[in-house]
Design a protein around this ligand. Structure first.
Ligand code: GRF
Length: 210
């Protein structure tokens, strides 16, 4: 491994298809970064098995296991420091990131959200609920947003968005699948830009120097 490669941690709560897609992209392309740590908020996340398959270190950090937010936060910070992590990728992580972690890793945490933020974001807006809400309001298009993480859910500066059409016959599940396919296309690209230092922020606006 190139000593200068960016050290990446991926946070998950479930299946980890985005994690897997980024890892496959890194293995098959010349990316200046490497996933060296997977943190799961759940013991039963399928993503943990995927990490094992790739030989990537993983751990479970569940908030319920800690007496208070400080010890939970410290556990997370210690792990990240132990691995000397440069960037954190939230790929289906359903817990709020403690504010100390957000402060310590300012402009170094990204999240992927399955809608065109600021629409259909915020607390409780995750998974199939997002797509149900999109269909309920009769939107003609939805999409994917990748953004930096700040203290407010789904609020940070937007890095990249991809539109996805809504079809008349869509069910939430069908729409979710179409959106997920686009997530898998843009997340590896953003990770590559990040690792190449091509993502700059000016006045809270993100500029990608392609
Ligand atoms: C994705 O839809 C992502 O946008 C959202 O959670 C889902 C995770 O899917 N934040 P997976 O675990 O990567 O398959």
């Amino acid at each position: 491994m190139n000593a200068n490669k960016k050290k990446l941690a991926v946070f998950v709560s479930g299946t980890g298809t985005n994690f897997e897609t980024v890892q496959e992209f890194i293995l098959n392309n010349n990316v200046n970064g490497k996933i060296i740590l997977l943190i799961s908020s759940r013991q039963d996340a399928l993503a943990l098995k995927k990490a094992e398959k790739y030989g990537i270190d993983s751990c479970v950090i569940q908030q319920e296991d800690y007496d208070n937010i400080e010890s939970y936060t410290n556990e997370m910070l210690n792990k990240l420091e132990q691995y000397n992590i440069d960037y954190i990728i939230l790929a289906g992580f359903l817990k709020k990131i403690p504010s100390e972690v957000i402060k310590t890793y300012k402009w170094r945490i990204i999240n992927i959200h399955p809608a065109l933020l600021p629409k259909f974001g915020g607390k409780g807006m995750y998974g199939i609920r997002v797509h149900e809400a999109v269909l309920k309001t009769g939107e003609k298009e939805t999409g994917v947003t990748i953004h930096f993480v700040d203290e407010i859910y789904d609020n940070g500066a937007i890095i990249m968005q991809q539109r996805v059409p809504v079809q008349p016959a869509d069910t939430p599940e069908v729409l979710q699948k179409r959106v997920l396919a686009q997530e898998h296309k843009i997340l590896p690209r953003v990770v590559q830009f990040l690792c190449d230092d091509k993502i700059k922020v000016q006045d809270n606006r993100v500029i990608i120097e392609e």
